[in-house]
Design a protein around this ligand. Sequence first.
Ligand code: NAD
Ligand code: UDX
Length: 462
Amino acid sequence: MIAIKKICCIGAGYVGGPTMAVIAKYCPNIQIQVVDINKERIDSWNNNDLSKLPVFEPGLPEIIKAVRGSNLHFSTNLVDAIKNADMVFISVNTPIKKSGIGAGQSSDLRWVEACARQISKIALGHTIVVEKSTLPVRTAKTIKEILFATNDNSNKEKSFSVLSNPEFLAEGTAIKDLESPDRVLIGGEDLEAMLALKDIYLNWVTDEKIIFTNLWSSELSKLSANAFLAQRISSINSISAICEVTGANIQEVANAVGRDKRIGDKFLKAGPAFGGSCFKKDILNLVYLSKYYGLDQVAEYWEKVVDINYWQKNRIYEEIVKRLFGNLFDKKIAILGFAFKANTNDTRESPAIDICKNLINEGASLLIHDYKVSEKSIAKDLSSLDVNSWEYLPNVYDVIMETDAMVILTEWDAYKKLDWERISLHVRRPFWIFDTRSILEVDKLENLGFNIWQLGNGSNIK
Ligand code: NAD
Ligand code: UDX
């Protein structure tokens, strides 16, 4: 059995940071170096003020406090970390390609390739290379070719095994997901290397949850799992639109449908469209893969899941314009929530981005609030606009003051507990509340004289 004593993780992002923190917590005898080319990010991971960590995740600061400086280290020194490691995790970003062949669909693998080249050059002895990033099927072949191809004679003393070990954590619940995963997937060809990785997980995950597959099944399972989850959201979002025109209620329908054990009650919450860095990218990856192999019907099938997602965001924006008399000039709208879901500071692919851009282009002035997203992130996300008629305010009540409407885009718990009587005294009338997350009590708000549109709520038609 190969015993792993030193790990290097390349990429200190939403996956690399929390994943290595949890391994460090449960494997005190393993020394872990998390490295990144982004010095600002590494400095934030090393910040003594734990509220300044680059990733907001419930439970993460406590783990970082316990293990950082002991067996978990964050640095920009890739060379030393790779040289000393028995196992290297590649945890870098794999966004959609912006130009060239496959633009808009296939993954941009430049960062993964850069990692493979660095590992090939720097690693010493036998190194197990683990794909942690979500990758197109057969990327392990590319990584292997790069690792093994070299003109450098010293490479004769090096050897590599490549494993696929995709990460299934969801942001906002990353620590819980990492500490009690539904399964751990290890794909590979070298049984010894697979057992060495399994041995790490066995420190806190039970044997029956650890699945061995071949490399390609592992890579494809990750894309498929995300595609299935996203498909459920597009399905329930499509039904939400039917509820609104028929008088049905999406929460009642989701409950009734989800009570069937074969369907299950998870991931049936209608909302303003799925966001996050993974779903759209991973489905489009599947679409690209299908087209590449001539499976056009398969590609079209999955593409529809993404189409419905765009449509959902767009129809929400249209509902807002329609209810505000078709005109947003001289109107102030409060935006409650900018993160793509609650309990994260991440805004990647957040539906708030497109909805806010459309409202601003329509002439509205926006006042934006979020509990964890910084003004800097919002500015970056809205930077393509010609007019920047938005303002960020850290206090939720200041955002609502003197506005014509409010749009709830992120389901932060605290928005459920706002003081509506206080709000009712300070808004312009008629005032509209657009609840795209179905978190508010409609009757109570109507009694206070508010107009309310709630996603998937058929009582909107009365
Ligand atoms: P991220 O952008 O937060 O982090 C990636 C980090 O890698 C960045 O800090 C970047 O500077 C660094 N990096 C890039 N190239 C590098 C190089 N050559 N050397 C050193 N550092 C380098 O991305 P993320 O959200 O952590 O996602 C990473 C991967 O995990 C992606 O493939 C993603 O699809 C997958 N994934 C993400 C999630 C999630 O919830 N975010 C969940 C499961 C899987
Ligand atoms: C997702 C997968 O869940 C995770 O397994 C994978 O590793 C990474 O991608 P993440 O994007 O972090 O995780 O969050 P998730 O909870 O899946 O939510 C994604 C989006 O779907 C969010 O915008 C969320 O608001 C939305 N969503 C989720 C719904 O609209 N309804 C639901 O029922 C669930």
